[in-house]
Write a protein that binds this ligand. Sequence first.
Ligand SMILES: NC(=O)c1ccc[n+]([C@@H]2O[C@H](COP(=O)([O-])OP(=O)(O)OC[C@H]3O[C@@H](n4cnc5c(N)ncnc54)[C@H](OP(=O)(O)O)[C@@H]3O)[C@@H](O)[C@H]2O)c1
Length: 298
Amino acid sequence: MALSFVLPALRPKEYNETMQTILIAGCGYVGTTLALRLSRAGHQVWAIRRNTAALPDGIHPIQADLLNLESLRPLPAYFDFVFYTAGAASFDETAYRSAYVDGLWNVLETLEVEGRRPQRVFFTSSTGVYHQNQGEWLEETSPTTPDRFSGQCLLEGEELLQGSMFAGTVVRLGGIYGPGRTRLLDLVRAGQAECVKSRTTYLNLIHRDDAAGILEHLMNLDHPEELYLGVDHEPVERCTLLRWMAAKLRLPAPRMVHEQEQHEPQRGGNRRFLNTRIKKTGYSFQYPTYREGYRELL
Ligand SMILES: NC(=O)c1ccc[n+]([C@@H]2O[C@H](COP(=O)([O-])OP(=O)(O)OC[C@H]3O[C@@H](n4cnc5c(N)ncnc54)[C@H](OP(=O)(O)O)[C@@H]3O)[C@@H](O)[C@H]2O)c1
């Protein structure tokens, strides 16, 4: 990271004490929900994405490409907090490295060179950094030695942030669902959901509104820790969830298939995550389990 010879930007006089100025870099599904929450709470929110037309009113757009350093400059004069919530466009190494390493590096570099000194930078990582697959219960301190590019790139991004000059907090989110993100429900509705015989896959889910809610809550803490898991209270076995959905929709239960017969490749692994640390901060989940979350989406 380049040395900065620029004086840190000072909080402008006209800002009142409670209003924070916030940058959300890669402002998509979760980022936009967070932006709206923060804006409604009276904060000033700036959002970076390429397609700024997709941003709601009231959010200050910054049309830029996180992979193009020049397009990120100049940044607005002052930030209290920065959230990096960009996601990979596809499941391949180039897309992952771009989203979680290169783009983050560009944002940190720009903040540093332009003399922006946010109190904290938040980075949305993923439970995909864990390698365990034997039904273990895991928490923040569990070992992470991912054997795939996806987890490796995310971990590299986390290390980049924690090695930077900024105070950083990483939130490792589970599988995000919510309005417009109903892939499993859609499969059940279409009669295409499948349960694979003799395979256990746990889903560690988080509703979109809780993903954003956790980020907002952590921003409001005086001394958040460097790492949190962002998952709800109850990991659910994939087939249990599919059957629950089918029952609620009064549809036939999903077909049982052998591994080699399945049509839809299944993500997720055989491990369960504890959310003790985020609960201890006093965060109260709007959707504590898949039941409350999906009930609204049925
Ligand atoms: N989805 C999940 O289940 C899941 C699970 C664990 C963790 N996470 C993490 O949680 C975070 C939020 O996920 P999400 O689902 O809200 O992501 P998302 O909807 O894909 O949003 C990411 C946004 O980043 C913007 N973006 C991507 N590349 C960019 C670039 N080069 N320059 C500028 N903007 C760029 C995109 O907008 P434009 O295309 O307009 O630029 C997009 O709207 C991500 O970090 C993701 O990896 C997600």
